[in-house]
Design a protein around this ligand. Structure first.
Ligand SMILES: NC(=O)c1ccc[n+]([C@@H]2O[C@H](COP(=O)([O-])OP(=O)(O)OC[C@H]3O[C@@H](n4cnc5c(N)ncnc54)[C@H](OP(=O)(O)O)[C@@H]3O)[C@@H](O)[C@H]2O)c1
Length: 156
């Protein structure tokens, strides 16, 4: 099963200059809670921009560059192939960004962990294809700077 974990602002903004536009401690705690000991996938830009290593997660990094081989992670040169291979698995694969990966993986995701950041930030990357009408809210937590919701895709 494919899911994704994202935080975006009211304009679906997710990043600026290769980093997060905000520093929201509670949001990072939720990300850790949801991804610990899970299979996660992220794009090369997001992986290389991480301020520190993400411990205790099984990480796959998407890169088109066949010579890209960072230590201790799997690399896929074929995101679509990865998504097709794992979409019907019982095991969950959590897509963790960034924008290009979210936008390509969106049609495959059946579940989502989304922090709706309350304030609009200066951003240069967006999760454009996300539409709330595709999703049903399963749980909701109100935090001072964001609302965290777990979503499942509506049946069509
Ligand atoms: N708010 C959030 O929840 C959140 C979460 C994650 C990231 N972000 C932010 O998002 C921004 C980065 O997003 P981004 O779109 O610039 O970069 P990205 O999605 O992290 O990575 C882009 C890279 O992924 C690889 N890639 C893309 N499509 C691929 C495919 N079909 N197959 C294989 N590899 C593929 C390419 O790597 P190569 O160039 O190596 O070929 C591409 O350059 C940052 O600002 C980051 O902080 C925000």
């Amino acid at each position: 099963m494919i899911s994704f974990s994202v935080a975006f602002d009211p304009n679906k903004g997710i990043g600026i200059r290769g980093a997060l536009p905000w520093h929201l401690k509670d949001e990072l705690k939720i990300f850790k809670r949801n991804t610990l000991y899970k299979n996660i996938l992220m794009g090369q830009t997001t992986y290389d921009g991480l301020p520190r290593k993400l411990a205790d997660r099984y990480i796959t990094v998407a890169s088109i560059d066949p010579s890209y081989h960072p230590e201790d992670v799997e690399v896929t040169n074929d995101l679509k192939g990865f998504l097709e291979e794992h979409k019907d698995d019982a095991t969950e694969y959590i897509i963790c960004g960034g924008a290009s990966i979210f936008n390509q993986a969106y049609p495959y995701a059946k579940k989502a962990y989304v922090s709706f950041v309350k304030e609009a930030y200066e951003v240069d990357t967006w999760f454009n294809v996300f539409e709330m009408e595709d999703w049903e809210v399963v749980t909701e937590e109100d935090h001072p700077d964001f609302i965290y919701r777990e979503l499942i895709r509506k049946e069509k």
